[in-house]
Design a protein around this ligand. Sequence first.
Ligand SMILES: *[C@@H]1O[C@H](CO)[C@@H](O)[C@H](O)[C@H]1NC(C)=O
Ligand SMILES: *[C@@H]1O[C@H](CO)[C@@H](O)[C@H](O)[C@H]1NC(C)=O
Ligand SMILES: *[C@@H]1O[C@H](CO)[C@@H](O)[C@H](O)[C@H]1NC(C)=O
Ligand SMILES: *[C@@H]1O[C@H](CO)[C@@H](O)[C@H](O)[C@H]1NC(C)=O
Ligand SMILES: *[C@@H]1O[C@H](CO)[C@@H](O)[C@H](O)[C@H]1NC(C)=O
Ligand SMILES: *[C@@H]1O[C@H](CO)[C@@H](O)[C@H](O)[C@H]1NC(C)=O
Ligand SMILES: *[C@@H]1O[C@H](CO)[C@@H](O)[C@H](O)[C@H]1NC(C)=O
Length: 795
Amino acid sequence: MDISIFFLLLCLLQTLPQLANTFDSDTLGGTSLSIENRLVSANGEYSAGFFPVGDNAFCFAIWFNKSTNSTVVWMANRDDPVDGTGSKLSVLNEGKLILTNSVGITIWTTRTPALATSEATYLQLQLLNTGNLVLSNSKSVIIWQSFDSPTDTLLPQQALTMLSSLISKRSQDDYASGNYKLFFDNDNVLRLLFVGPTMTSLYWPDPWVTDPGKLPQRDPHNSSRHAILHDSGYFRSSDNFTFFATDFGVVTHRRLTLDSDGNLRSYSLKKMNRTWDWAVTWQVSSQPCRIHGICGPNSLCSADHVSGRRCSCLPGFKVKDHTDWSYGCEPEFSISCNRKDPSSFVQLDNVEYYGSDLTVYANITLPDCEDKCRNSCICKGFQYKFVVYNGYYFCYPKFQLVSGHHSPNFEGDFYLRVPKAGLSNNKSPDEASRLECSAKNSTQQRITYENKTVKLLLWFATAVGGVEVTCIVLVWLFLLRSSKHPNPAAKGYLLTNRFQRFTFDELRKATRGFKEVIGAGAGGIVYKGVLPNQRVAAIKRLNEANQGKAEFLAEVNTIGMLNHMYLIEMWGYCAEGKHKLLVYEYMEHGSLAENLNSNALDWEKRFEIAVGTAKGLAYLHEECLEWVLHCDVKPQNILLDADYQPKVADFGLSKLQSRSTIDRSNFSKMRGTRGYMAPEWIYNLPITSKVDVYSYGIVLLEMVTGKSPNGMHTLDNGETREHKRLVTLVRETIDFENAITMAWIEEIIDPMICGNYDKVKVELLVKVALQCVAENKDDRPTMNQVVEMLVSHEE
Ligand SMILES: *[C@@H]1O[C@H](CO)[C@@H](O)[C@H](O)[C@H]1NC(C)=O
Ligand SMILES: *[C@@H]1O[C@H](CO)[C@@H](O)[C@H](O)[C@H]1NC(C)=O
Ligand SMILES: *[C@@H]1O[C@H](CO)[C@@H](O)[C@H](O)[C@H]1NC(C)=O
Ligand SMILES: *[C@@H]1O[C@H](CO)[C@@H](O)[C@H](O)[C@H]1NC(C)=O
Ligand SMILES: *[C@@H]1O[C@H](CO)[C@@H](O)[C@H](O)[C@H]1NC(C)=O
Ligand SMILES: *[C@@H]1O[C@H](CO)[C@@H](O)[C@H](O)[C@H]1NC(C)=O
Ligand SMILES: *[C@@H]1O[C@H](CO)[C@@H](O)[C@H](O)[C@H]1NC(C)=O
């Protein structure tokens, strides 16, 4: 009876640190900012904190709080929002800011060199009255500042330099990176560029002027590349471009923003009917349709009094992507290049298409111009324009139709090439134009996280479920162990052995001051040490960047709960201030990777390692209800004990996960190691336990062939290709049909094995491995099935 009470207590104790993951007081104040906190500038006008950008989606941002609606002036993770429970921004001692999401994955970090330890004291993160977020050291030297990495806005005194650029938002209320960029080009000239899905195009200063020396006002010789908006409303760039805001001299708040429509505008804060709002005091272009890329190819932009501008498709074309006009329109007809089926032309008055000329013909009649276009397969239409200065018409046949706009002031027409028979359904080009030009359908595009409470409940349920299962496992284990060790001390042994908390001093002594490095895994360095009870241990000292105390305790709990013959055993941990260490059993023979390289493994051992590793992973996936994925299965993480029995190690990357398919948003950064990563990581597909199966398959192939998926190719063409090659190599060599000779085995098997192998087992391993590395995750077996396949053959 008292045994069950003891376990009840043990289970309750285990629950506590997990709850702390959500309610940890460490994350408030101190060295990190959570969703609930924010920094406010001394004048109260700027705030820095987690800004909501969708349902339970937040970006760390600085916003101006005096206008009616908050104005975001800077964002850290605009393309990678985090969720609302447990995400935080932390100041690391080495002088870095790091933004982590609820599962402790780093989403964003500053890229400043690490500080020497002498400088790394009294770091201060401060939001200045200018809206600049500054990280400085005790000597008030600035280590990092948000002014150095603008997003879409420059504030007064914030310089645009050769290292920075402004990138527009996607749309009015989608803060992700959009299609427009303000930057200093290679010729030192400040320019605006459209970067679309299919093309890029400079649109300011006027691209017709190709010689930068001839640009009005612009000086390409000053290479300092520096532009700044002064408090007075005067803007000056080192290429001699300047402007004065219309309210120049007035003392007010100002900003220069590259808006989502590609227009660069200066704004001033004005009082309007007792509320404060931003008024435009300068802009690059008063003709929104002159800005490139707005409507995409084969479309027309026209000015609209209500929405500013409107996009429509050319007659005979249809919209390609209803949610994003930058993809433009595609033709509903096709023009054969057959002379016998000549095309005709549709005239569009006062329409101009920018650039993309095949050539130019001067002083040419309209029929001749039509013929010139007909004679070229790729001619999509032509511009026909009278130039008063020359006194005759010019003809510009075009190979693509981009940045088209309709403007009554334009002295010329466009002739669109269509099939001879004309257009089948002659709808007016305006029919499609009711679609707004506001780029992306932002509600659809925005990243939404699952409802906060539901997620919390789900998480809680999983955690409690996990604890229950662990309790059962523990009771079972305890009974097992106590039957082996019938003395009453067994109780204490189990507890201290499995969950001992060490002090930092104890571990420093155990490792003799962290002297003997035996490995470097994900997130930390591993040292050899001798514990006070004389047992040899592997002590992993986690990088400080790794995670907060709450996540650490949660992870320790996860690892501590897992107990399996083929999993590395954790004996204890230390969490003291910034020091976080894990104490594991020591494995005499190091990692599988080292042993493969040193030729220490004969075929028999390799097969045993394959089976043991599979059993360890199967336990992780199935017996633990699939809430732990390894995500970094590779030979470096498979350790070998004195008898060369494998133990899967390094759960540093695995986290508590719900049992079903894992929400990809929890894995916003790829995990794993080049060469071993499943295609799902690369193609953004849901992450399930099958990613481990894939990596395991690669490890099997490596054990059979002795070839590393990374080592053999110098080509650096991205991961997929690299490990596909080891797989392809094996696939192309095998010949299961040829059962008698099995000559293919000789071709692929590791030469170090020197012919001493069991052909049947090689064949089995290769067969299993190839199933595991199937491109489609559903074609891969589960780890349990792998174990079955390998074991059934053993008998
Ligand atoms: C703006 O600041 C005031 C206090 O100065 C605060 O009460 C309010 O919540 C802030 N609004 C936003 C959107 O940050
Ligand atoms: C403020 O935001 C609301 C809701 O997003 C919007 O309807 C309103 O037009 C905005 N006001 C201004 C002045 O931008
Ligand atoms: C810079 O601009 C000023 C006037 O704005 C002009 O007088 C001067 O010649 C320009 N310099 C160059 C190098 O273009
Ligand atoms: C280059 O531009 C910088 C910044 O605008 C200015 O201070 C400097 O005088 C310019 N140099 C020359 C040679 O014009
Ligand atoms: C201010 O309010 C008046 C009447 O309520 C209205 O006519 C005017 O347009 C408003 N001005 C601004 C800038 O909103
Ligand atoms: C334009 O072409 C016409 C007919 O070919 C010719 O008579 C005329 O002289 C040309 N004009 C010029 C300026 O070349
Ligand atoms: C945006 O997409 C959502 C969901 O697909 C749809 O309900 C909504 O009508 C769309 N809005 C616009 C403006 O297209």
